[in-house]
Design a protein around this ligand. Structure first.
Ligand code: BGC
Length: 352
């Protein structure tokens, strides 16, 4: 066993040296891109876009996915540092788990850009690029406000709430933005959360998993909506959680279909939107974010400052991280053609 471990270690070291030598001999600057998982459509797009654009700009790219496994992401980032990457771009699984490898990156003078999700509790993150996460939440909340006529005093309506993974700082922003819009209506009694699950910890979904959201929705339906009570609206922070809610409703709910929010415009959810099973999604064009991050990498690699447009919002617990916030866009059946098809994001066949 010992021999096997030693042999594996030697192999990993050789590979690192080889990778570093290859990068140096190609004369290209090597950039490490760490993505959380291939399970969700968006991260595949983000990774592909980043790789394509960085290579077109003349960089060599080490792109790795960590299967939503925190320990795997930590070791991937360590390997990127040892493989001679000169800039790291990281979409973290758990924002607070990268302190140790990033301290190493900092000691070696390797700049770090947090991609989409803020990296928390470390001074070793230089920049953050994302969509305006709070705005994502307010757009979802405002959609509900309008769809139900809450400003006109309509209600009461029954609502349930699903947000994302507690280790993802974004989830707090999505939840916060949406709750700032809908909470006053809960307080006035126009929105009633029958499960009483309203606090962030109660409505979080581990790993943003469709299955976890589905299980929780099924439990809520059988405990609070059996016997014909109508569920009018489900606030979902993103498409993977919305999909779980939609699956649970399809199997266990006979009433009128509720208003359901989402985010990402994943193919499965756009199809549900066209079938009347999801009311809206937020479109975050991953091409825009990737292009902006490549611009940032390019600036840093040339020793300049990266472009930012927000220097106050994203405090990671240690410092305010200079950020570039792209604007998220509201999408529904009325504008999806223009947003998703005309822009070449999807082909019509993909949505059939
Ligand atoms: C991203 C969302 C995504 C979610 C689940 C969040 O950090 O901003 O776009 O739906 O993670 O992967």
């Amino acid at each position: 066993m010992k021999k096997l471990i030693v042999a594996l270690l030697v192999l990993v070291c050789c590979f690192s040296l080889f990778a570093q030598a290859a990068a140096e001999s190609s004369g290209k600057t090597r950039i490490g891109v760490a993505m959380p998982t291939k399970d969700l459509q968006r991260w595949n797009q983000d990774g592909d876009n980043m790789k394509k654009l960085l290579e077109a700009a003349g960089y060599e790219v080490e792109l790795l996915y960590a299967g939503n496994d925190i320990a795997q992401q930590v070791s991937q980032v360590e390997n990127m540092i040892n493989n001679g990457c000169k800039v790291l771009v990281i979409a973290s699984i758990d924002g607070s788990s990268l302190g140790t490898p990033l301290a190493e990156a900092k000691a070696k003078g390797i700049p770090v850009i947090a991609y989409d999700r803020l990296i928390m509790n470390t001074d070793a993150v230089d920049y953050y690029a994302t969509f305006d996460n709070y705005m994502v939440g307010t757009k979802q909340g405002e959609y509900i406000e309008k769809a139900l006529g809450l400003k006109d005093g309509k209600g009461p309506y029954n609502m349930e709430i699903f947000t994302g993974d507690p280790g993802d700082n974004n989830a707090l922003f999505f939840y916060g933005g949406a709750m700032d819009v809908v909470r006053p209506y809960i307080e006035k009694g126009q929105l009633i959360v029958n499960s009483k699950q309203v606090d962030f910890a109660e409505v979080a979904t581990a790993n943003w998993s469709t299955e976890n959201a589905q299980n929780r929705m099924e439990a809520i339906l059988s405990s609070y909506y059996a016997g014909g009570k109508t569920l009018d609206v489900v606030l979902c922070s993103n498409d993977s959680t919305a999909l779980g809610v939609e699956n649970a409703l399809a199997n266990n709910y006979k009433g009128a279909w509720p208003v359901i929010t989402g985010q990402d415009c994943d193919i499965a959810n756009v199809k549900n939107m066209l079938a009347g099973k999801q009311s809206m999604s937020i479109f975050k064009d991953t091409r825009t974010l990737a292009a902006k991050v490549v611009e940032m990498v390019d600036a840093i690699a040339k020793g300049a400052k990266a472009p930012v447009n927000d220097t106050s919002t994203y405090n990671n617990g240690v410092k305010v991280v200079p950020s570039y916030l792209c604007e998220p866009v509201f999408a529904d059946v009325n504008n999806y053609k223009e947003l998703l098809l005309d822009s070449g994001y999807y082909t019509a066949d993909q949505l059939k």
